[in-house]
Design a binder for this molecule. Structure first.
Ligand SMILES: [Zn+2]
Length: 656
């Protein structure tokens, strides 16, 4: 008997009177999990149906997660049961979904566009269970969540969205959700970003950043004008805003312009430091105190010094809280506030230890295929710090996608002397929904046998990342000169960057076989590695070869060259009549494991050789054949099939 019938029977027969009004028997199966999560986002509700753990098609209290960084409108679950507030919210979701399905939506054109922009992201949960932490660490996290909140407020002020918040329609949750996710009224997803009518605010007002005077931003060429001024250096320092005072433009330090939130962050950072155990977290405590000093004084150099002394060996945490990246504002000069709070993933230490004994052999191998005039040098690896994100705040919490790797700081002695830290994130898109989306993309492009070589346990991806990063340390790199010229002079900046990344990603293929022979990886792991490099490449190819500005997309170009080269070598073939693993698409890519080793060797010989000889024509030939010609790589079909799935939009939860 289903639960509704039980409830009905109770009502009719009055046979279950002793149990009282039975809210537990309410069914929650009107929406599939995907639809529930889609409508919860559209309603701006802080809830996420994590998984249908018992596969009954019904949402259970234990399957629901509250989300951080949404309006705090729960609690949804009380004492293991759904709260009345949840039942209300659920009814709203069902009604909105039914109205849309029946064509009875009252949304105007702007609101429809807002819905489309939201729908192009799929909420991807980043959940952290804090149960294994010490009470002190839990207090530390509580203080860091307060830091996250104020960092959000601070970035919203910097980027000008805070000034527009009051103009959001109060009774329009989808617009509010868009504004929250996108850090402003603009639409950001591929199919809506260029539509000027797509805005969270009626009338689509223009968002002006707070780091320059509003008047100045009236002129589209204001960045170039600032650049030309005699005092450009002072005005355009990264940790200041430009203000107008008595008709003059002056630079004002962040600590002055944003005194109140910055003091609040400093206080919380000091409290976070005090909660930790000095015996085990000395380096992190020193950094938190130094960062608090930065928020009070606007001098970030001391904080960077303390930051550079944190390692994956001396702290369980990876924390960066500072103004750092500049590519968010029109002039790309002013640093955006952000918080990265993450747990260290010890995987990088294990791999560092496994590979270090072989690093000079790997260099000799690469030098041999690169050929003259390159000669093997003595190398020592520096793998990035692997981290698992707990929360991203401020600029770090991007509307769609997220930061997968980053090297900081950008300025000062720590950066200039190569003492900064490089991190690689290992826990994004690892949730079941993201894995299923990736599998469905690949099932549309691979035949069943090729898909069988793909593993979603994360090992293929990890190997790819490790070998990519390791190979950056090997062979001709940025500091290598051929006939006195560095790679930027030989190839031009964008092609030089592309060739260095191509060398690194070719290494992710090339070094699989030696690792297998050394028994550092199994035969299966090697196959997962090859398949992952192809899968990664398809993802980048689908995003296109050039940005809207006409700029070369580094990884898109790298990916197209890898796929095209493997195709020319017969290690990857396009079978026009082949059936895709999903059973519905025709025309597939087939990987030939017996040919991948030789193809990987040939690719590295070509790429490292081009870098070693400074062979600019060789680089151009790769670009024209695989990136631009369309003769080898089936760009259009790859894009069409990969883009059927929405992009991940990360949402965050903490369990205790
Ligand atoms: Zn790289």
């Amino acid at each position: 008997m289903n639960k509704r019938l039980v409830a009905l029977a109770c009502l009719l027969l009055a046979a279950c009177g002793s149990k009282g009004p039975d809210v537990h028997l309410e069914r929650h199966d009107a929406l599939s999990r995907a639809e529930f999560n889609r409508w919860a986002l559209r309603q701006d509700l802080s809830m996420f149906w994590v998984a249908d753990a018992n596969h009954d098609g019904q949402l259970q209290p234990a399957e629901l997660s509250a989300l951080l960084f949404f309006p705090d409108d729960g609690p949804w679950v009380q004492e293991g049961a759904f709260s009345p507030r949840f039942e209300q919210a659920y009814a709203t979701l069902v009604a909105a979904s039914k109205a849309a399905a029946a064509g009875g939506s009252t949304a105007d054109e702007r609101q429809q566009l807002v819905g489309q922009d939201l729908d192009q992201g799929r909420s991807s949960l980043v959940a952290t269970d804090l149960a294994t932490l010490t009470p002190g660490e839990q207090q530390f996290v509580d203080h860091m969540l307060k830091v996250a909140k104020v960092t959000d407020d601070l970035f919203a002020r910097e980027n000008g969205s805070a000034a527009l918040a009051a103009r959001l329609p109060a009774d329009d949750p989808a617009s509010r959700s868009l504004f929250r996710r996108n850090w402003g009224p603009e639409c950001v997803a591929p199919r809506t970003e260029k539509n000027p009518a797509c805005s969270a605010i009626p009338g689509a007002p223009r968002r002006l950043v707070d780091v320059y005077p509003a008047d100045l931003q009236e002129d589209a060429g204001f960045c170039a004008q600032l650049d030309k001024r005699a005092d450009a250096r002072t005005l355009l320092t990264p940790f200041s805003v430009v203000r107008e005072q008595g008709g003059q433009l002056v630079a004002q330090s962040f600590a002055k312009a944003y005194a109140e939130p910055m003091q609040a962050i400093a206080t919380e950072l000091e409290a976070a430091a005090a909660a930790l155990d000095p015996a085990s977290e000395r380096a992190l405590i020193a950094y938190l105190k130094a960062a608090a000093g930065g928020f009070r004084s606007n001098d970030w150099l001391k904080a960077d010094e303390a930051w550079s002394r944190m390692t994956v060996a001396n702290s369980r945490w990876y924390v960066r809280v500072a103004p750092d990246e500049t590519y968010w504002e029109p002039c790309s000069r002013k640093a955006a506030f952000h918080l990265t709070l993450a747990l260290v993933d010890k995987g990088s230490l294990e791999w560092q230890a496994k590979l270090a004994p072989h690093q000079n052999d790997m260099e000799k191998r690469l030098a041999a295929v690169a050929g003259a005039p390159y000669r093997a040098r003595k190398v020592s690896f520096h793998l990035p710090d692997f981290i698992q994100i707990v929360v991203n705040a401020g600029f770090d919490r991007m509307p769609l996608g997220g930061v997968a790797g980053e090297s900081l700081p950008n300025w000062g002695p720590v950066a200039n002397e190569g003492r900064g830290r490089t991190m690689a994130v290992t826990n994004l898109s690892r949730d079941p929904d993201s894995l299923a989306a990736r599998r469905s993309q690949l099932a549309s492009l691979f035949d069943a046998a090729t898909l069988a070589g793909y593993s979603d346990d994360g090992q293929g991806e990890l190997l790819d990342t490790i070998l990519h990063e390791a190979t950056h340390n090997l062979g001709p790199a940025h500091e290598y000169k051929v006939q006195g010229r560095a790679d930027g002079e030989v190839f031009g900046g964008p092609v030089a960057s592309m060739m260095e990344e191509l060398k690194a990603e070719a290494g992710a293929l090339y070094f699989l076989e030696p690792l297998r022979q050394l028994k550092l990886i199994s035969d299966d792991e090697a196959l997962h590695g090859y398949t992952h490099v192809v899968a990664w490449s398809l993802g980048h190819i689908s995003q296109g070869m050039y940005a809207g500005t006409g700029q070369r997309k580094t990884y898109g170009n790298v990916a197209a060259i890898i796929v095209g080269f493997l195709m020319d070598q017969g290690a990857l073939t396009w079978e026009p009549a082949g059936a895709a693993a999903n059973g519905s698409d025709h025309g597939v890519l087939v990987l030939h494991p017996d040919k991948v080793v030789a193809a990987g060797d040939a690719l590295m010989k070509q790429v490292a050789g081009i870098k070693a000889r400074g062979d600019s024509a060789g680089a151009q030939a790769l670009l024209s054949r695989y990136v631009d010609s369309g003769e080898v790589v089936p760009h259009a079909v790859i894009s069409e099939r990969m883009l059927r799935e929405p992009k991940a939009s990360f949402v965050y939860a903490i369990r205790r």
